[in-house]
Design a protein around this ligand. Structure first.
Ligand code: GDP
Ligand code: MG
Length: 596
C-alpha cells in the first residue's frame, strides 16, 4: 500500500469511557465486521478482559475508509487501558501517528485520560479530541468540550462529539482521522525496520507478533532478526488483521500487521524490539526498547500442597503469553512449597491469580505483595531484595525504594482529604492544576510500596468514588526501611515478614500479632507472639495455654464415638503446620494473609 493512503491511530481513554464500544462501532461502520457477527467488544478477546471490562492485550485492525472517492487503509491499534501496562501502552502509541482522545461526555477528564495524553504527547502524536456518549441524558458536552479544549489547547469547535452506542458522529470521526492525521513516513529502500508493539501466544499458530513497519519491507520466507538479541527466525507468514488474519506478500513503509515465525514463547518476540532482515540488517534499532520489569512480588502457594506441580505447569503456560511474568520456587514454613512471582503491578498480580484459579482450577494463597528494594550492606555491596527474607540481617548502609509519579484527579472539595492521604503515605506534592473550577489535577511522587496495597480503595472512599488515579515508575529514593519479623514462640514465621518504613513498623507489628492471636488456636502451653526488628521486640501478644482433652466431652461409654473423634482429630492434624513446638492450622495463616 502507498504510505500516503495509510493512517495509523489509536484510541486513548479513561476506563469505561467507551473505547471498546467505539472501536466495535468503527469495525461495523467500515464494514469489516458485519452486524450479524458483531458481539459486544469484539476486540477484547480474553474472557477475563470481558469480565472486568478492561483491555489487557492490544490488537490491531485494518479498516478501509473512503473519503472523496479515495480509499484509505486505517490501522486502529487498541492500547491496553491500565497503569500496570504503561510500557505496552507507550509502544502501541509509538506505532501510530495520531490518537483519538476519548472522553465520556457525562464524566469529563479523568486521571487515565491525562496519563495517556501525556504519553501520546511524548510520542509526538497528533491528538483528535472526542467526547463520547453524547446520547446519555446527563451528558454535558458543552461543559466538557471546553475542559478538553483547554487541556489540549484547541478551539472548542474542534472537539468532536460521538456516541459509540448509537453510532452518531462516528463516520465523521473516521473522515477526520484521515484529514487530520499525517500519513506515515519512512524510507522504502532502506533495510527493513519494524517495531513490535504486541506479541500474543496462540495455541494453534504459536506466537503472533504485531508490528509496525517503519522502513523497508518484510516478506514471507525471509530470515528476520530481533535486534535486541540478534536471534534470527524464518518469517513463515506476514499479513494484516482485518480483523481476521489475511496473509500478504509483504508489509512496507507505514503498514501495520502481524507476523508468525513459529516461536513458541512471547519472550522470543518482545514488545518494543525492532525486527530487521538478517541478510540485509539495519544498523540502528528503532529505540525505546525496555525489558519488562517486574515491580511487585508476591509468594503464590497452592492451598493443597499436592497441587504444587500443577501450579508450576500453569505458570509455565501463562509465561508463554506474558513476557512480564517471572517466578522462581520458594518454600515457606507456614505455607509449604510455592513460588515467588514478579508482576508489573497489582492488577497484573490479580489478573494472573484469577487466571490461575479460573483456567487451571487451582486454589491459591498469596502473601502480601512487596516491591523491589536495592539494599547496600555494611560491606558496601548492593543487593536486590524481592523478598523480605532476603533483607540482610545486621547493619545496613542504605535502602533504596522505587518511586512513582502519580496523577490524581478529584473534585476540588476533596483536595484536603487527598493531600492528607498522600502525606500519610509519604508522598510529595509536585504540582496542582485546576482543570475547571471544580476539578483539580494533583501530581505526587509516592513510594510504590505505599500505593500497591490499598491506596486506591482509600482514595475512592475519601472522595466518595470521584477520584481517579494513574501512575508510572519514576526512579528511587533512599528511605529508612526496616524488616519486621513475626515470631511464634521465638520462631520466625516467614510468610509474615514485611519491609516497612521505620515509622510504620510498630503499627504493622501490633496489627499482625493481634490478628494471629485471634486466629491461632490455644495450645497445651502458652505461646508468645512477637513482632521484632532484628533482635528488638516491638510488639507482643500471647495465646494462653489450655489443656484440651477432646475425649472428655464424650461422657464415658461410647467407644465408636470416641474413635470417630480421634480419627477426625488425626485428619485435622494433616493440615497443621509446625512452627517450632506450635501447631498452627494452615487456615489460620491463610486467614491472616487474606484479611487486609
Ligand atoms: P472502555 O473501558 O473504554 O473500553 O469502555 P466500554 O466500551 O467497555 O464502555 C463502558 C460502558 O459504557 C459500557 O457499559 C458501554 O455500553 C457504555 N458505553 C460506551 N459507549 C457508549 C455511548 O456512546 N453511549 C452510552 N450510553 N453508553 C456507552
Ligand atoms: Mg475496553
Amino acid at each position: 500500500t502507498d504510505p500516503s493512503l495509510i493512517r495509523n491511530f489509536c484510541i486513548i481513554a479513561h476506563i469505561d469511557h467507551g473505547k471498546s464500544t467505539l472501536a466495535d462501532r468503527m469495525l461495523q461502520s467500515t464494514g469489516v465486521v458485519s452486524s450479524r457477527d458483531m458481539k459486544a467488544q469484539y476486540l477484547d478477546r480474553m474472557d477475563i478482559e470481558r469480565e472486568r471490562g478492561i483491555t489487557i492485550k492490544s490488537q490491531a485492525v485494518r479498516m478501509p475508509w473512503e473519503v472523496d472517492g479515495v480509499t484509505y487503509a486505517l490501522n486502529m491499534i487498541d492500547t491496553p487501558g491500565h497503569v500496570d501496562f504503561t510500557y505496552e501502552v507507550s509502544r502501541s502509541l509509538a506505532a501510530c501517528e495520531g490518537a483519538i482522545l476519548l472522553v465520556d461526555a457525562a464524566q469529563g477528564i479523568e486521571a487515565q485520560t491525562l496519563a495517556n495524553l501525556y504519553l501520546a504527547i511524548e510520542s509526538d502524536l497528533n491528538i483528535i479530541p472526542v467526547l463520547n456518549k453524547i446520547d446519555l441524558p446527563n451528558a454535558q458536552p458543552e461543559k466538557y468540550a471546553l475542559e478538553l479544549a483547554n487541556l489540549i489547547g484547541c478551539e472548542v469547535e474542534d472537539v468532536l462529539k460521538v456516541s459509540g452506542k448509537t453510532g452518531e458522529g462516528v463516520e465523521d470521526l473516521l473522515d477526520e482521522v484521515i484529514k487530520q492525521l499525517p500519513a506515515p513516513k519512512g524510507v522504502a529502500d532502506a533495510p527493513a525496520r519494524a517495531m513490535i508493539f504486541d506479541s500474543v501466544y496462540d495455541t494453534y499458530r504459536g506466537v503472533v507478533t504485531y508490528v509496525r513497519v517503519v522502513d523497508g519491507m518484510l516478506r514471507p520466507r525471509e530470515r528476520i532478526q530481533m535486534m535486541s538479541t540478534g536471534t534470527t527466525h524464518e518469517l513463515l507468514e506476514i499479513g494484516v488483521s482485518a480483523p481476521n488474519p489475511v496473509p500478504s506478500k509483504g508489509l512496507g513503509v507505514g503498514e501495520v500487521g502481524y507476523l508468525i515465525t513459529g516461536v513458541k514463547d512471547v519472550r522470543q518476540s518482545k514488545v518494543g524490539d525492532t525486527i530487521t532482515n538478517s541478510i540485509k540488517p539495519a544498523t540502528e534499532s528503532l529505540g525505546g526498547y525496555e525489558d519488562p520489569k517486574p515491580m511487585v512480588f508476591s509468594g503464590l502457594y497452592p492451598m493443597d500442597g499436592s497441587d504444587y506441580p500443577a501450579l508450576r505447569d500453569a505458570l509455565d503456560k501463562l509465561q508463554l503469553n506474558d513476557a512480564a511474568l517471572v517466578y522462581e520456587p520458594e518454600t515457606s514454613v507456614a505455607l509449604g512449597f510455592g513460588f515467588r512471582v514478579g508482576f508489573l503491578g497489582l492488577l497484573h498480580l490479580e489478573i494472573t491469580r484469577e487466571r490461575l484459579e479460573a483456567e487451571f482450577n487451582l486454589d491459591l494463597i498469596s502473601t502480601a505483595p512487596n516491591v523491589v528494594y536495592e539494599v547496600m550492606r555494611e560491606d558496601k555491596v548492593m543487593i536486590t531484595v524481592t523478598n523480605p527474607s532476603e533483607f540482610p540481617e545486621g547493619k545496613i548502609l542504605e535502602v533504596h525504594e522505587p518511586l512513582v509519579s502519580a496523577t490524581i484527579l478529584a473534585p476540588a472539595e476533596f483536595i484536603g482529604s487527598v493531600m492528607e492521604l498522600c502525606q500519610g503515605r509519604r508522598g510529595t506534592l509536585r504540582g496542582m492544576d485546576y482543570l475547571s473550577e471544580e476539578r483539580v489535577e494533583m501530581r505526587y511522587t509516592l513510594p510504590l510500596a505505599e500505593i500497591v496495597f490499598d491506596f486506591f480503595d482509600h482514595l475512592k472512599s475519601r472522595t466518595r468514588g470521584y477520584a481517579s488515579l494513574d501512575w508510572k515508575a519514576d526512579g528511587q529514593q533512599i528511605a529508612d526501611l526496616v524488616k519486621v519479623d513475626i515470631l511464634l514462640q521465638g520462631e520466625q514465621v516467614d510468610a509474615f515478614s514485611a519491609i516497612t518504613h521505620r515509622d510504620k513498623a510498630y503499627a504493622y507489628g501490633v496489627m499482625m500479632t493481634g490478628k494471629l492471636r485471634e486466629l491461632i488456636p490455644r495450645q497445651q502451653f502458652e505461646v508468645p507472639i512477637q513482632a521484632a526488628i532484628g533482635s528488638r521486640i516491638i510488639a507482643r501478644e500471647s495465646i494462653r495455654a489450655i489443656r484440651k482433652d477432646v475425649l472428655a466431652k464424650c461422657y464415658g461409654g461410647d467407644i465408636s464415638r470416641k474413635r470417630k473423634l480421634l480419627e477426625k482429630q488425626k485428619a485435622g492434624k494433616k493440615r497443621m503446620k509446625m512452627v517450632g513446638r506450635v501447631e498452627v492450622p494452615q487456615e489460620a495463616f491463610i486467614a491472616a494473609l487474606s484479611t487486609g
